[in-house]
Write a protein that binds this ligand. Structure first.
Ligand code: 13P
Length: 253
């Protein structure tokens, strides 16, 4: 799976160009899921533009409530209504700038599943945490918040993304070995509860994924694809990343 998180970028004109170019360059036979995550206001446009094609559309966030008097918020059933299939929850930018804690992220994971959509749960440590050898403790805490609240069953449909905060938007990618080590740790943690779910779970790597480093990352046995930020805004870069994923056996299990 390759996911393009556009963050707060785009415009009607730019989106039309980007999606038009992607539709032409992404091969229908590539055995991977490809999902783009535009800002809320462009979701309907993107769904309409991509109808019948091979690219799905997801949202970057969701409200943990299921509707009502929550000014400025968007609930999961609305995302489903406009044609989204996936929702990112717990992105480090949400955790950091909007003070989302593990409990709130776990509630969001649940509302996405309840709406029949696929949650993409992001976990990852900061540079300070990595240097203090806290990586496993931090990502365990983030993952366990979801498992404790809802059981491991949600990962039968959910996707996990490892995004080390120090690698996001910095050009400083985790090495394939660093990514593999953490991905294997995450899969083992799920495996301890349910071997079948662990085997089928897709664990994406995110953090400065580019055309030039994607093949190496995707060649790792526990790296099942990428959650791409900056490079997803370039049709050429993004399609090269998708091509790398489609060539890698591990990117589609
Ligand atoms: P970059 O690819 O720009 O580092 O962003 C990664 C990310 O946060 C995707 O969700």
């Amino acid at each position: 799976m390759v996911a393009g998180n556009w963050k707060m970028h785009g415009s009607r004109a730019a989106n039309q160009t980007l999606l038009g170019e992607l539709e032409m360059s992404l091969k229908p036979e590539w055995p991977i899921d490809i999902v783009v995550f535009p800002p809320y206001v462009y979701l309907s446009d993107a769904v309409r533009m991509l109808e019948g094609g091979r690219i799905s559309v997801g949202a970057q966030d969701v409200c943990a409530e299921s509707g009502g008097a929550f000014t400025g918020q968007v609930c999961a059933s609305m995302l489903k209504d406009v044609g989204c299939t996936h929702v990112i929850v717990g992105h480090s930018e949400r955790r950091r700038w909007y003070h989302e804690d593990d409990a709130l992220v776990a509630r969001k994971f649940a509302v996405v599943l309840a709406a029949g959509l696929t949650p993409v749960l992001c976990v990852g440590e900061t540079l300070d945490e990595r240097e203090a050898k806290q990586t496993e403790a931090v990502i365990s805490r983030q993952l366990d918040a979801v498992i404790t609240m809802h059981g491991v069953g949600g990962f039968a449909r959910g996707v996990l993304a490892y995004e080390p905060v120090w690698a996001i938007g910095t050009g400083r990618t985790a090495s394939p070995e660093q990514a593999q080590e953490v991905h294997a740790f995450l899969r083992n943690r799920i495996h301890a509860q349910d071997a079948k779910i662990a085997r089928h779970l897709r664990i994406l790597y995110g953090g400065s994924v580019k055309a030039g480093n994607s093949a190496e990352l995707f060649s790792m046995p526990d790296v099942d694809g990428g959650l791409v930020g900056g490079a997803s805004l370039s049709a050429d870069e993004f399609q090269q990343i998708c091509a790398a994923a489609s060539l890698s056996g591990s990117a589609h299990h």
